[in-house]
Design a protein around this ligand. Structure first.
Ligand code: ZN
Length: 173
């Protein structure tokens, strides 16, 4: 099995090819001593319910999982809190302002991007929105619709951690 940092063949500091696996998540340059750790990237996703108890389901505009169902969310930026990332991503993708945010669960995942499996740590939240009339999609989303929970099917969601969290969410409802 390939090491998680297999694509990082040369030391990014001195260019040496002796940039060697140290353990499951780090490499050490035997030439200059530079040490690199790959930690999971933090990501967020939102279960957004309207006043009828319907769930906001989006459609992915881009790979991975282009055209499959998704929840609003994305990666946290450097310097952002989880809460700030959640508000920003939901606003960017759906134009909605979330409220009553409650932590639901977190799940590790791998996100294939540029041929590299980026390890992520996804945090899921249940939220409401005060004004659903301003819904309009942009950014990484091509469509969004409100679905009664009995019409939400986990197999239509392209990302593994989203499917798992959604399964747990539907079980508890
Ligand atoms: Zn080096």
């Amino acid at each position: 099995m390939l090491h998680v940092l297999d694509k990082f063949r040369y030391c990014p500091v001195c260019g040496s090819s002796h940039f060697e696996e140290q353990d499951e998540k780090s490499k050490l340059c035997k030439a200059c001593g530079f040490e690199y750790y790959l930690n999971p990237s933090a990501a967020v996703a939102a279960f957004i319910l309207n006043e009828r108890g319907e769930l906001l389901v989006t459609t992915r505009k881009k790979e991975p999982g282009k055209g499959t169902c998704d929840l609003p969310g994305g990666f946290c930026d450097i310097g952002e809190t989880i809460y700030e990332a959640l508000c920003r991503e939901v606003k960017e993708e759906t134009n909605l302002e979330i409220s009553d945010v409650e932590f639901f669960c977190s799940l590790p995942n791998k996100y294939r991007y540029s041929g590299f499996d980026v390890p992520t740590l996804d945090s899921f939240f249940v939220c409401k929105v005060a004004d659903t009339s301003v819904l309009s999609v942009s950014d990484d989303v091509s469509a969004a619709r409100w679905l009664p929970l009995d019409e939400v099917h986990t197999e239509e969601f392209g990302l593994r951690s989203i499917r798992q969290a959604l399964f747990d969410f539907l079980q508890r409802r």
